[in-house]
Design a protein around this ligand. Structure first.
Ligand code: THG
Length: 285
């Protein structure tokens, strides 16, 4: 199954049979005061810089989230999208809980983006899926619904199936639905990661869709978070994760290693290329 995204001049294919692609998470004001300050002043240089450094570190797609308290994201998200796509030639993943902000961003997108996100709530399905259809975008489906978040993988799978059915009914192609199985803190619930891993496997085996996931949710409240995130990420990749939302500075080497081990990187080309590009960056510093 192939989800095809485009920027001004490049096409990026998220392929269930291919290597893992990385959606760079860093254009997100969570714990980035400087991003809040600069975006509030309609100064996009810092956001562009964050995008560029993620591309250099291995990001294939950039998540763009401008959510912070008091923001008018229906105005700021399209403005940010315009500035980023003028400077950088990678497809975008537009990340907002506000359908008005999503629609405003879709209006200015150059190419074909990923909407982040719809979920199984009736209100969300009705607001977001018609936008994906109208503006020819792919869409991430979060497996939660009007009853909240379930801890039963079969129930999470059912929500994924519902989102897919509703999308297909509107004329959205099934390859344009990317499922997020939800990753929760393992410090709060010992089964949290297992539920996510099993959901990934069910969606992969039964629906064959592309699968995304935030990299760092599982490790809240614990030390050595990067290692925990990486262990979870490798197991998720083995079960069918194809496009994590993560910090490429932290996960690209591990992703390349996992791809090589899974025979998705003939003659270790991508693994070695990444190593060499990191060496070049080091000596250039
Ligand atoms: N699923 C989907 N979309 C999502 C998430 C998800 N979007 C938002 C979030 N979760 C993923 N994005 C981020 C962005 C920033 C951070 C975490 C997740 C963050 N960064 C820290 C910082 O910058 O200090 C830590 C960075 C790091 O560990 O490298 O907190 O789950 N569909």
């Amino acid at each position: 199954m192939q989800t095809i995204l485009r920027s001004k001049s490049r096409e990026v294919v998220i392929d269930t049979d291919g290597p893992v692609l990385i959606i760079g998470e860093s254009i997100n004001p969570t714990r980035r005061k400087k991003l809040v300050e600069t975006l509030s002043n309609h100064d996009f240089e810092f956001a562009i810089q964050l995008g560029k450094s993620q591309i250099d570190a291995g990001a294939d797609i950039l998540d763009v989230n401008v959510g912070f308290p008091g923001v008018d994201d229906a105005a700021l998200l399209p403005e940010t999208v315009k500035a980023i796509q003028e400077a950088l030639d990678v497809p975008l993943c537009i990340d907002s809980p506000n359908p008005k902000a999503i629609e405003a961003a879709l209006k200015v997108i150059d190419g074909r983006c990923l909407i982040n996100s719809v979920n199984g709530e009736e209100k969300s399905l009705e607001a977001i899926l018609p936008l994906a259809k109208e503006y020819d975008a792919a869409v991430i489906g979060l497996v939660m619904d009007d009853d909240g978040i379930t801890h039963d993988p079969e129930k999470r799978f059912k929500i994924a199936e519902k989102i897919l059915e509703r999308a297909v009914k509107l004329g959205i192609k099934e390859e344009d639905v990317v499922i997020d199985p939800l990753a929760m803190a393992v410090s709060a619930d010992p089964n949290a990661c297992l539920v996510t891993l099993e959901t990934i496997k069910l969606v992969h085996d039964r629906l064959g869709l592309n699968i995304t996931q935030g990299a760092s949710n599982i490790s809240f409240g614990l030390p050595n978070r990067d290692y925990l995130n990486m262990a979870h990420m490798v197991l998720s990749i083995w079960n069918g994760l194809t496009c994590p939302i993560a910090n490429p500075n932290k996960i690209t080497t591990m992703v390349r290693a996992a791809d090589l081990i899974r025979a998705k990187d003939d003659f270790a080309m991508r693994f070695v290329e990444h190593y060499q590009s990191q060496q070049a960056d080091e000596s250039g510093k």
